[in-house]
Structure formats: C-alpha cells, structure tokens
Design a protein around this ligand. Structure first.
Ligand SMILES: NC(=O)c1ccc[n+]([C@@H]2O[C@H](COP(=O)([O-])OP(=O)(O)OC[C@H]3O[C@@H](n4cnc5c(N)ncnc54)[C@H](O)[C@@H]3O)[C@@H](O)[C@H]2O)c1
Length: 354
C-alpha cells in the first residue's frame, strides 16, 4: 500500500503483533532493512517512510511492494504535523531512523539543509516518539562523528570530533537522541557504521561512482592524494547488524558497526579498474585514474573497534571479494536503474569519497 503525508491515516492495521517505522526507507540502507524486516517478521507491520529525495527510489522496495505487512508513506520527517499524526495514529513500537542528507560533498554547499533534515528532522521524530510509547528508537549515525583517525581505532567512548557539515549534523543529531534517553527515558540506541556498499546505492557515493564512470568508459576521478582510506561493509552485513541491535541492543547505548577491511581510495579505484576492464599491468590501470582538486576537509579514515556489537553475536560475514563482485554484477545487470541523466552527469564530476 502507498500513501502520502497529507492523507488521513486510518487506525493501525489489525492482526499484527508489532509496528515498525523505518525512515529513509527508499534510500540505500533503509530499503535493505525494510526488505529484511518484512521478510523476517511477517507478523509485524512495517511502515516505510521516505520523502523520495533525489537519491532514493521506490524501485528499491519493489521486492516487498505487494506484501500484506508493508506500507509505504511518502512524507517529510521535518513536518511535525505529519509526524505527530503518524505516531498518534499507528501505535509504533520500533523506529529505525535512517532518513538524512548523506552526501558529504553536498554538505559543504548546503550546510543549512543538512542541519534542517539531520538535526531538526531527528528532533521532530524524537519528540513524537516520546509521547507515543515507542519501545526502541534506533538512531542511525556514522563513523564520521569521530573525526579524523588518530593512532588507535575508535571505540564508542572516544570523543566526537566531526570535521565537515555532514558529520557535525550527525553528531548533533545523536547527542539530541541520547539526551531524550537521559532526560525522558525514550528507549534510544545509537549506531555508528563504517562505509556501506552494495546494490541499489545511488551513484554519488564512491563505489557506485567509480563503477558508473568505468561503465561509461570514463576515468575514476580521485580527490587530492587519494591516500584517504575507508572501511567498507557489505550492505547485507550492515542489515544484519541493525536487526541484531534491534533484538539484543541495550537501551541508551552506542554501537559501532565496523570492519577491519580498509582500502585507500586510489587502491579502491585500481581494484575496480582491474575487475571491470580486465587489466593487470599497473601502467594500464593508471590510465584510468584522474587526480582532481581535494575537497575542503578530508579525513584520512575511521577505524572502528566493534567489540560491543560482537558481544551481541554480530560479525561481518561477506568478504570483500564476494561483496564487490555481487555489487559490480548488479550494476552491470541494471545499467539504467538510476537512469536520470542528471545522476549520470553528476557522476562525471569529482564528488565526495564519503
Ligand atoms: N551509506 C553509508 O556508507 C553510511 C555509513 C554510515 C551511516 N550512514 C547513515 O545511514 C543512513 C542511511 O544512509 P544511506 O546511505 O542509505 O543514505 P541515502 O542517501 O541512500 O538515503 C537517505 C534517505 O533519506 C531520505 N530523506 C532525506 N530527507 C528526508 C526527509 N526530510 N524526510 C524523509 N526522508 C528523507 C531520502 O529520500 C533517502 O531515501 C543515514 O542516516 C546515514 O547518515 C550511511
């Protein structure tokens, strides 16, 4: 079923034991989590909420669109009238809050929009949840709140030192979420994940951007030295981490979702070039690299310690070789998924490696 925010919501659907709200549900990670919830918990009612911004697609939710325990609602988390009405009418038990402005490069151009959606939108949700008896509010944050790497990996007690408008907005949002736990006992759990990759990701993020450029026979554009590195988790592993936190996470706690698998951005480009262009000689690979101007502030990396989440039984299971092969295959099989020329044009520009 599909609805939009100015419709009047009927009473909650009967016959379900729980209702879960997923915000940012038509985006990359949110859609994978919605599909997992709908399939794993047929006795739960899953409400997928999204504004349908440029980086989202209802196609991401096609696998569950006809399922009886799934409803899509188009709406904005920044609209308190809509959000309050949603919570007041639907008896929501669990919230996964993924909705956000997520592209670091854009945050330098539109910092106020990042504050509005990521900070103010989160406050609107927290406030509505507080008055409605929610049992779990899983607030999705990012490794970027730790800021640039130091001499040791970050655990959940490390201070927040965000360095760009995106990570500042995410750090502020998670502080707000945790303040609702401390002040109002709203059952909040915060997650901080490394970079996620896999099928359906919008082309602005580094792995789909490189894949898309190579599909168009264009060079991989690398900002600055390319020595900045990222830790990459396959989306199925991250989905599993979210279900683990939902089932076993302690209220008021923060959980890193990390991997030890790390690649410098130049190395990442080289691997993708080798795989997609069937090249092995360094000199041939180098022909597909183009170094461009760096963005204003570029963290070198975000190594995480994830012992707390390991203690709940979660470990990443998908190897890089397997995950990147599945990802490349998916983009090859779906070359027109993000068909809009705007997306493909954007992909030719040096965007963020975030
Ligand atoms: N992708 C990663 O590598 C990564 C890593 C760590 C944390 N995260 C966090 O995970 C969450 C999801 O990331 P993603 O990669 O799936 O992002 P995404 O950009 O693919 O999806 C974000 C979704 O939020 C929606 N949205 C934006 N503004 C909205 C609003 N005002 N109201 C309702 N919906 C709105 C968009 O339409 C989109 O579907 C974000 O909070 C992000 O900060 C992502």
């Amino acid at each position: 079923m599909e609805m939009c925010e100015n419709e009047h919501f009927a009473s909650p659907q009967k016959g379900f034991s729980k209702t879960v709200l997923v915000t940012g549900a038509a985006g990359f990670i949110g859609s994978h989590v919605v599909i997992a919830l709908v399939e794993k918990y047929p006795e739960w009612n899953v409400i997928a909420l999204d504004k349908l911004d440029y980086c989202s697609s209802l196609k991401n939710l096609t696998p569950v669109e006809h399922r009886a325990n799934y409803t899509f609602v188009q709406g904005d988390v920044c609209n308190p009238f809509f959000i309050n009405h949603l919570f007041a009418s639907q008896n929501i038990d669990i919230v996964f809050h993924f909705a956000a402005q997520t592209h670091v490069e854009n945050s330098f151009l539109f910092p106020a929009e990042f504050t509005r959606v990521n900070v103010d939108g989160t406050s609107v949700l927290l406030n509505a949840a507080r008055h409605s008896g929610v049992q779990r509010f899983i607030h999705v944050s990012t490794d970027e709140v730790y800021g640039d790497r130091t001499d040791r990996a970050f655990d959940e007690l490390c201070p927040r030192r965000p360095t760009n408008p995106y990570s500042v907005s995410k750090a502020t949002a998670e502080c707000t979420a945790l303040s609702y736990w401390k002040k109002h006992q709203l059952p909040v759990i915060v997650t901080r994940s490394n970079n996620v990759y896999g099928p359906h990701q919008y082309l602005e993020k580094v792995i789909p951007r490189f894949i898309s450029l190579l599909q168009q026979n264009k060079k991989c554009t690398i900002q600055g030295s390319g020595l900045q590195s990222r830790h990459f988790l396959y989306v199925d592993d991250v989905t599993e981490a979210f279900l683990t936190v939902m089932e076993k996470g302690m209220l008021g706690e923060i959980y890193n979702i990390g991997t030890t698998f790390e690649l410098a951005v130049t190395q990442l480009a080289r691997e993708l070039i080798k795989m997609m262009k069937n090249l092995s000689l360094d000199v041939d690979v180098d022909n597909w690299l183009e170094f461009v101007e760096d963005r204003p502030c570029q963290d070198l990396g975000y190594p995480l310690v994830s012992h707390k989440l390991h203690g709940l039984g979660w470990r990443p299971r998908v190897s890089w070789e397997d995950g990147i092969r599945r990802t490349i295959d998916w983009y090859k099989e779906n070359p027109h998924y993000w068909l809009e020329t705007e997306a493909l044009e954007q992909c030719s520009q040096p965007l963020a490696e975030g």
